[in-house]
Design a protein around this ligand. Structure first.
Ligand SMILES: Nc1nc2c(ncn2[C@@H]2O[C@H](COP(=O)(O)OP(=O)(O)OP(=O)(O)O)[C@@H](O)[C@H]2O)c(=O)[nH]1
Ligand SMILES: [Mg+2]
Length: 445
């Protein structure tokens, strides 16, 4: 798959900085950059992967002193001829060099186009290309770790093994299509069922990582919920480390949902402080309470805050979200009605006590107790969609097989399952899919 045109972009962030990097990729990368080069040796003769000092000049005018590095196909990020120009940072210098390159025939790269070319030239599979984006966006060590593992190809390897597994089952079934006189012996039948069950189990195991995939990419949606005045805003401020929300002795202080992300032991936690829930006629407060309910609907975790010194009140209905009971104001004493179990954590925002135990409980709720190592595979929403399709087709195949349908039907479902698994790492004919994935990238990547 050859990309005919040559693309260029500034790959570093558009702001004041010491250095900016401009990338050029495609068949004319060396020629175009060579036409603007004044150095000891011509660009075309430079050894690959060697930084050469020189100048970028256009029509006799020097644009900047730079370091230029040539990469020759296929040994480059994109798999094409590439040139990287490191110039002085700052928006203007790098833009002037980019404009000069565009005037000489390069085209401005689209978001993610360098990585898309890397994929099209077989340098990365789709899960790795997506991991590049995850890596750039990672806000915590856990997210970074998961992205790095995916970039290493850990998920891709498992997906290819699974696809191979389904392919082998399919090959067996097709053998019976080719030799219709052969009956499937009971032994073979049992072995086939077992193989399908095992492929199905691997799909389930991968699908089970979708929750943590969402947490590492989007953060754990954590709603601080409770009656007015129990200290919700105080808890947000304490976990954040600064006075983000207004704290006041008057009940009904918080009206809007305030959201801030904290890095809690490597886990990105999206904390939402909400309006206290109570009966009220105040229109603004009612709107606030309505917003609290909506936040609750989309929560992964609810920190249900109580005033520990008061008698226990009823539990919140949080749907599928996990609920942790947090007994604040424990400095005022704990009411006899509370039984302190693992899911009821006493704290005091005033005295800053119990916070480590609360963090333990949040961490446990987020990870289910799994250690960091087991977070290395964490599928994203697109992978989940592919694998759900694969699973549904595999179930259909298992059923068709168990019902003794003719092997053509079983084969058709198996093929659909195999293709859906393959879509996770990408098949070369999925142009539309590629558009969706790479358009979310930044330019220059
Ligand atoms: N004694 C004691 N007081 C606390 C503690 N935490 C918060 N408070 C006080 O409780 C009052 C209410 O605190 P907020 O954080 O505004 O409570 P809230 O739940 O956000 O209240 P609303 O926004 O009105 O729903 C303030 O006067 C805080 O100083 C605590 O641990 N101990
Ligand atoms: Mg508040």
């Amino acid at each position: 798959m050859n990309s005919a045109d040559t693309i260029a972009a500034i790959s570093t962030a558009p702001m004041e900085a010491a250095i900016a990097l401009i990338r050029i990729s495609g068949p004319l990368a060396i020629e175009i950059s060579g036409s603007l080069w004044a150095g000891r040796r011509p660009v075309a003769t430079l050894p690959a992967r060697h930084a050469e000092f020189g100048r970028v000049v256009e029509d006799g005018a020097k644009l900047d002193d730079v370091l230029l590095t040539v990469f020759r196909a296929p040994a480059s990020y994109t798999g094409e001829d590439m040139v990287e120009i490191a110039c002085h940072g700052g928006v203007l210098v790098s833009r002037r060099i980019l404009s000069a390159l565009l005037r000489r025939g390069a085209r401005s790269a689209e978001p993610g186009e360098f990585t898309k070319r890397a994929y099209l030239h077989g340098k990365l599979d789709l899960t790795q290309a997506e991991a590049v984006m995850d890596l750039i966006c990672a806000q915590t060590e856990l997210a970074l770790g998961a992205a790095a593992e995916q970039l290493e190809g850990r998920l891709g390897t498992r997906i290819r093994a699974l696809r191979q597994q389904v392919l082998e089952i399919l090959a067996h079934v097709e053998a019976y299509i080719d030799f219709p006189d052969e009956d499937i012996s009971p032994d073979t039948g049992a072995a086939m069922s077992a193989r399908m069950a095992s492929a199905s189990a691997e799909m389930d195991a991968l699908l089970a990582t979708a929750g943590r995939g969402r947490v590492v990419r989007e953060g754990l949606r954590t709603v601080i919920y409770g009656e007015p005045n129990v200290g919700k805003s105080s808890l947000l401020n304490l976990l954040l480390g600064y006075e983000r929300a207004i704290v006041n002795a008057r009940p009904g202080t918080t009206r809007d949902v305030l959201e801030e992300t904290v890095n809690l032991r490597g886990i990105p936690v999206r904390l939402m402080d909400t309006a206290g829930v109570r009966e009220t006629d105040d229109e603004i407060e009612l709107e606030g309470i309505e917003r609290t309910r909506r936040a609750l609907d989309r929560a992964d975790l609810v920190l249900h805050l109580f005033d520990a010194s008061q008698a226990p009140t009823s539990a919140v209905d949080a749907g599928s979200a996990k609920v942790l009971r947090v007994l604040n104001k424990s400095d005022l004493g704990i009411h006899g009605g509370w039984s302190i179990a693992a899911d009821a954590v006493p704290i005091s925002c005033l005295n800053n006590t119990g916070i480590a135990a609360l963090e333990d409980a949040i961490q446990l709720a987020a990870t289910g107790g799994a250690d960091r190592g087991s977070w290395s595979v964490a599928i994203n929403a697109r992978h989940q969609e592919c694998l759900e399709k694969a699973k549904a087709a595999m179930i259909a195949a298992q059923k068709a097989f168990a019902d003794g349908l003719s092997p053509e039907f079983v084969a058709e479902d198996l093929r659909a399952s195999m293709n859906a698994v393959g879509d996770v790492v990408g098949r070369p004919d999925t142009e539309e899919l590629l558009g969706v994935i790479f358009s979310s990238f930044c330019i220059g990547k």
